[in-house]
Structure formats: structure tokens, C-alpha cells
Design a protein. Structure first.
Length: 440
């Protein structure tokens, strides 16, 4: 037989007598992509920030958008990763500096659903300043150097670190033993996180470094505890000599309760006992003491000073170096005059006499180790307290350059600032000194 034109016979087996045809093939749909994280979560309004997008279903992506603005460029690294370049946040676009936008991925399967995990914020960089004195953090717009509204955190904040994704800042609160998280997008503090006693540093993995306040030239980086050296040339003696303040006041056998003494270059001497009685000699003016002050009050006077811990040392208000504790002698590099002096107690209480300004104390705060010494800041506008474990507490104009706390050490007896205020030595009872800042 002759087949009609356009018809072709297909050769099969012998005597075929039935046929069946499979249903029409159905297309396999592409999965809808999902975005689970982006990093970093913020960048400048000018754009050009490399943003890593993590999620699923990215194979064959046809678009990446920041809000309604397309990414400047993007690369599909794998089905779970895309690297995109943020677009400029230009006038008239869908973005607004400081307001988060959703980063979405589009494939043949559709566009990813939006969530808090995909948000990116265009805005200038922000500097966060930890304010120890009023327990706040001040945000500063780096582009304009304009401070924002202070953020209330815990008591006596000392350090801050920001997560690598730029979403959260963590503030270390020394007095509370807590860490306060701050939402960087809104500058809103969260619920304080309870940690150990007296925290003074923080580090965030994987990229962030420990942050210590006052460490020049940047606030990033915390050097390891310096190796000790014998005295390091520090101009202070750890043992009384025949010309010490104690010898001049009491002879060779000072009363056992004397806990601190100081000698001025002009030959003046003064000392203090554990109860706060002050002894002066060689022309030094007596400006008061705790026990003497209380004895001059009317019976039952409400202004009496109640010591909660014994006095451990004293410091002339305009001297650079502290009189040491436990009968040891320090030498002031400033003139005593009539400015005043401080007494310091083991619980961190500070008592100012004469014209000595009060800059704060650690009284009422939980300490990991008792306070053992005190030193004045160069210029007379602040002071340091030092604890037996090497903890350092800075007040007024004094800057914090690190401490030995948390290192398992003990026996520290004094702190000696450098003459320019750029560092200090921590002196140990074993005769060694630990150097911080510009101390050499």
C-alpha cells in the first residue's frame, strides 16, 4: 500500500494489534528561594557594600533586590550563597537612611519571602562612646560628628563590642556584673545579661577583638598582660628607709595600725592609720581625718562617717604617685601645699579632705578583690584605685590602659602613673612591676 504524503510508517514487531500513549509530561517547578541571613546588615548610603546572602534555592537566580532597588551586581556562589553589591540609596529610591529594607532573591521559582533576617540598613557609620560616669552609651553619627540620644545601660560601663553582622552592640557593666545588648538599628537596649563579678572587657567571635576603653590610638585590641620586670626604673621604694615619712613621724617603730604614709619633696610628711586618723609633720597642714571629723560632730550627728572597711592608704591630691599601703612609703612628685589629700578604704571608698576634688569611688560596688592603693592623675584632675588582684579603676581625667585582674595573680600593692598620664605601673609585693600604656 502507498502511504499518503507526509505519513511515515514506524517499524515495530510482528502482528501489532494495540497501542497506548503516556500522559503529557509535566514541568518540574523550581523551588522558591529563602533568605536566612545577610552579612553585614548595614552599609553607607553610597552603596558598594559587599553583602553575603545565605539561604536556599539560589541556583539560577535572576535578580537580587535591596527593597525595590536592584543590587549593583551579584554572584551566585552556590545554591545556598550569593554575594551582592549594595546599590546607592539615592534620593527618590525606595530606601531611606536608617530604615531597614528587605533583601530578596528572585529565581524561576519566585521571590523569597521577606523577614527580619533579610533586612539591610543604609546609613552612616556610628561610633558608640561608653560613659562610665553616668552609665550611658552615646551614639555619634560619624559622617556629621553629631551625638544622638544617650542610651541607658548598666552601672559603670567599661567596654563595648559590636557583632560582625553589625546588628548588636554588647556593653560590659563593671558594677552590675552584667552585659547590656543594644539593637544597633534602633539604639534600643535589651535585657541585661548576668555575667561574673567585675567584668571589664569583651570579645566577639569570629572577627571581633577584645575592646578596652582608653587604649590609644583605637579602641580595638587588648594586649596580653605585660611581663613583669624588677621595678622597671619606677621612682618608688617598697620598703621604708631611715628618711621615710614613717621614720620622721614615729621614729623607727611606727604604730602597727599605720597603713599608709607619704613624703613630699619639700620634706613634709603625713600618714594614716586603718581607722582614718591622719598624722602630719614637718610643716604639712592637717586638713582632717575620719575619726577626728566624727569627734567634732554633736552627739548623734547624722553626718558622721561610718567606715564599712578599713582605710588602706592615702594620696596627696596634686601628687602623681600614691603613698603605698601596709607601712610602705611612696614619694610624691608634686608639692603638697594646702590643696588636700585623699584617704582610700579597702571597699573602694574615697574620702577627700581640704580642697581635694572628689571624682568617684567603688564604694557600694561588688569587688573581686579588695582595694589596696591609690594614685593621683597627672595634673590633679583624677585618680586611680588598684586592687590586690591587679584590678584598676580610673576616675576623673585618669585613663584606663589595662589591668592584671582575671590573670590569677595577687599581691599587688600600688599603682604608679607615668608623668605624662599615658600609662602606669602596677607594683607587686614581690618587687616586680607590670607596665601598661606608655610605661617603659
Amino acid at each position: 500500500a502507498v502511504l499518503p504524503s507526509g505519513v511515515m510508517a514506524i517499524k515495530v514487531g510482528a502482528d501489532p494489534h494495540a497501542i497506548a500513549i503516556t500522559p503529557a509530561a509535566q514541568p518540574v517547578p523550581s523551588p522558591v528561594p529563602t533568605v536566612t541571613t545577610i552579612s553585614p546588615a548595614s552599609g553607607p548610603p553610597a552603596g558598594s557594600t559587599a553583602v553575603t546572602i545565605t539561604g536556599t534555592g539560589f541556583t539560577g537566580a535572576t535578580a537580587v533586590d535591596f527593597g525595590t532597588t536592584a543590587a549593583t551586581a551579584f554572584t551566585v556562589n552556590s545554591d545556598t550563597s550569593i554575594t551582592a553589591t549594595s546599590p546607592p540609596c539615592a534620593s527618590g529610591s525606595s530606601c531611606s537612611p536608617g530604615t531597614p529594607v528587605d533583601v530578596t532573591v528572585t529565581t524561576l521559582g519566585g521571590t523569597s519571602k521577606t523577614s527580619a533576617a533579610d533586612q539591610f540598613t543604609f546609613g552612616p557609620q556610628t561610633a558608640y562612646v561608653v560613659n562610665y560616669g553616668d552609665s550611658t552609651v552615646t551614639p555619634i553619627n560619624v559622617a556629621t560628628n553629631t551625638p544622638g540620644t544617650a542610651i541607658k545601660v548598666g552601672n559603670d560601663p567599661l567596654a563595648i563590642a559590636i557583632t560582625p553582622d553589625g546588628k548588636t552592640a554588647y556593653v560590659v557593666n563593671l558594677a552590675d556584673g552584667t552585659v547590656t545588648p543594644i539593637d544597633v538599628a534602633t539604639d534600643t537596649p535589651g535585657t541585661a545579661i548576668k555575667v561574673g563579678s567585675g567584668p571589664d572587657a569583651i570579645a566577639i567571635t569570629p572577627a571581633a577583638q577584645p575592646v578596652i576603653p582608653g587604649t590609644p590610638p583605637t579602641i580595638a585590641g587588648s594586649p596580653p598582660l605585660p611581663k613583669p620586670c624588677p621595678t622597671c626604673g619606677v621612682p618608688i621604694t617598697l620598703n621604708p628607709t631611715s628618711t621615710s615619712a614613717l621614720d620622721q613621724l614615729f621614729g623607727t617603730t611606727p604604730p602597727q595600725q599605720i597603713v599608709g604614709a607619704q613624703e613630699t619633696p619639700g620634706g613634709g610628711v603625713l600618714a594614716v592609720d586603718s581607722g582614718g586618723d591622719v598624722y602630719t609633720g614637718n610643716g604639712v597642714n592637717y586638713l582632717g581625718g575620719i575619726s577626728q571629723l566624727n569627734s567634732n560632730l554633736p552627739p548623734g550627728g547624722s553626718n558622721a562617717i561610718q567606715l564599712t572597711a578599713q582605710i588602706v592608704g592615702l594620696q596627696v591630691s596634686n601628687g602623681f604617685q600614691a603613698g603605698n599601703i601596709r607601712g610602705h612609703t611612696g614619694h610624691s612628685t608634686g608639692s603638697l601645699g594646702e590643696t588636700g589629700y585623699y584617704l582610700v578604704a579597702a571597699d573602694g571608698g574615697v574620702f577627700a579632705f581640704g580642697n581635694a576634688p572628689f571624682y568617684g569611688s567603688m564604694a557600694g560596688h561588688t569587688l573581686a578583690s579588695p582595694i589596696v592603693g591609690m594614685a593621683g592623675a597627672p595634673g590633679g584632675t583624677g585618680y586611680y584605685l588598684v586592687a590586690a588582684d591587679g584590678g584598676v579603676f580610673a576616675f576623673g581625667s585618669s585613663l584606663f590602659y589595662g589591668s592584671a585582674s582575671g590573670q590569677g595573680l595577687s599581691g599587688f600593692q600600688n599603682i604608679v602613673p607615668t608623668s605624662n598620664g599615658g600609662g602606669y605601673y602596677l607594683l607587686n609585693a614581690n618587687g616586680q612591676a607590670y607596665k601598661f600604656g606608655d610605661a617603659t
